[in-house]
Design a protein around this ligand. Structure first.
Ligand code: DOR
Length: 398
């Protein structure tokens, strides 16, 4: 449990220095240079960079019910391989996570495995029926719930969304929005996202609820979010690695929201640069080859997020590595109420060791995830995850 990481280039959202980090009983106990501690495991990170591990606001582990695509164990191991030690799981399992029973299945399995910190979202509407909210009252004393979401479908009825936001506010929960107006999904996916983004911002303003916009992908939606922030609406947002790297010019990979135009990607990059985007959410969405052939949207993301984001954002000069740490670790931890995300005494001893000079070629055969569905196969990026440490335990080593 006690680990001394030595000789590292240590980077988080505000710091950049060479030194050592000592983790005792799962927490960061001291930070300094030439730390000497007896009888501990020593990890020499010379030549490598140590950052707070990554935390994902948006992933699908498919347990219970859809474990042929992914389960909590394979999802957790994929997370660790990608440098993640915390994830927020969406509710579109089978059955949908609308009850204490499903919450307990996920929490029990996650405790047994003891690999990463898992927050399971409760659905906004019961079984995603778009109208029933009673389960939110039944579970209002569940202190482990931090966020609710109908990801995958969204909430179409505006009055229901208003009531859900009121309940989320009452219970101190973040309401995560998959912004898609289904009436427009088959007509125009841009209008579908933009309309719902505007609606949810408006309702958040009215109710004062804590709104988090998931996987923002259009130039208009990110502009509405910027305006809302200027207007002091209580809103945060995430963008995915695929929406900052792919454009329709190079990919028509099926994902929801879809891959967008170059202007959208540029607007999102600009918004990251100017602090409008709070965080990266992978939208890790494992599917079998067969399900992909049948049209299931989404791609796996946990094992490719860091190299894609590091290359696209830092190597290409959009933001600093500190800012990347802020949006992959600090802000995501804050949104999920996790005690990590920066290198500071007393926080979880969750670290990732990366080689920023190393080129990686994406090879889905190497994925720990059951899902091999990636549009990045064979592509080269900089930044390899070498080691992932959770509460002072080395749980992934390349
Ligand atoms: O592409 C997607 N896949 N978008 C979603 O909203 C859901 C996800 C999934 O669950 O596969």
């Amino acid at each position: 449990m006690n680990l001394l990481v030595k000789n590292a280039n240590i980077i988080d959202s505000t710091q950049n220095f060479f030194g050592d980090i000592y983790i005792e009983d799962g927490k960061i106990k001291s930070i300094g240079s030439n730390l000497i501690i007896d009888n501990v495991e020593i990890l020499d990170a010379k030549g490598l960079t140590v950052m707070p591990s990554f935390v994902d606001t948006h992933a699908h582990f498919r347990e219970p019910g859809l474990t042929y695509k992914e389960d909590i164990e394979t999802g957790s191991k994929a997370a660790l391989r990608g440098g993640y030690t915390g994830v927020c799981l969406m509710a579109n399992t089978a059955p949908i996570c609308s009850s204490d029973e499903v919450l307990q299945i996920v929490r029990k399995r996650s405790k047994e495995l003891n690999l990463i910190d898992i927050h399971q979202c409760l659905s906004v509407t019961k079984k995603f029926d778009g109208k029933t909210l009673e389960h939110l009252d039944e579970l209002k004393n569940d202190k482990e719930i931090k966020a609710i979401s109908d990801d995958g479908v969204g909430v179409m009825d505006s009055l229901i969304m208003l009531k859900a936001m009121e309940k989320a506010k009452e219970n101190g929960w973040v309401i995560m929005s998959h912004a898609e107006d289904h009436k427009f999904s088959k007509v125009d996916m841009r209008i579908a996202e933009n309309m719902m983004t505007q609606r949810d911002i408006y309702l958040a303003k009215e109710t004062g609820a804590r709104l988090h916009m998931s996987h923002v992908s259009t130039k208009e939606a990110i502009r509405y979010i910027k305006e809302a922030k200027d207007d002091e609406v209580n809103v945060t947002c995430e963008v995915t690695p695929h929406h900052i790297f792919l454009t329709t010019e190079v990919s028509n990979y099926r994902v929801n929201p879809p891959i967008r135009e170059k202007e959208d990607v540029n607007a999102i990059l600009n918004a990251i640069k100017h602090g409008v985007v709070d965080c990266i959410g992978t939208d890790h969405a494992p599917h079998t080859d067969e399900d992909k052939k049948k049209g299931s949207p989404g791609m796996v993301g946990l094992e490719t997020a860091f190299p894609i984001c590091f290359t696209t954002l830092v190597k290409n000069g959009v933001i600093s590595i500190n800012k990347l740490s802020e949006i992959m670790s600090k802000n995501t931890s804050k949104i999920l109420g996790m005690n990590k995300g920066i290198i500071s005494v007393g926080l979880d001893g969750d670290l990732v060791i990366v080689d920023l000079n190393k080129k990686v070629t994406i090879n889905s055969n190497e994925f720990y995830s059951k899902g091999k569905n990636t549009p990045f196969e064979g592509m080269e990026f900089y930044g390899e995850v070498i080691t992932t440490i959770k509460s002072g335990r080395v749980l992934y080593r390349k």
